[in-house]
Design a protein around this ligand. Structure first.
Ligand SMILES: [Zn+2]
Length: 97
């Protein structure tokens, strides 16, 4: 299990999306921490800039994690209801024989 990594800038976020591994956790002082798929539409440059640059991480931040159990253990994060990251654990090939 890898440690969560705080994302410092949008370029880093972009590279993680391209790598297409793991998950993003967005922490929020009001809503709590939420796990998203790395390629989810929930993750946008505008939202990232607002939270990290403009609000200066006062209300939360962006992290990369290797797995849903890591996110749950380190942040008590909940799965996003929009991009439903749990479904990425089951590959279509699971159902083929
Ligand atoms: Zn999401």
């Amino acid at each position: 299990m890898a440690d969560p990594k705080e994302i410092q800038n949008f370029d880093e976020l972009r590279k993680l999306r391209l790598a297409d591994e793991g998950y993003f956790v967005i922490t929020d002082t009001v809503r709590g921490a939420i796990i998203h798929k790395v390629n989810s539409k929930c993750i946008t440059a505008d939202k990232f800039n607002l939270k990290v640059s403009i609000n200066g991480r006062k209300q939360g931040s962006y992290f990369w994690v290797d797995s849903i159990p890591t996110a749950a253990r380190k942040f008590g994060a909940k799965r996003c209801k929009v991009c439903k990251p749990e479904f990425t654990l089951v590959f279509p090939s699971t159902f083929e024989t």
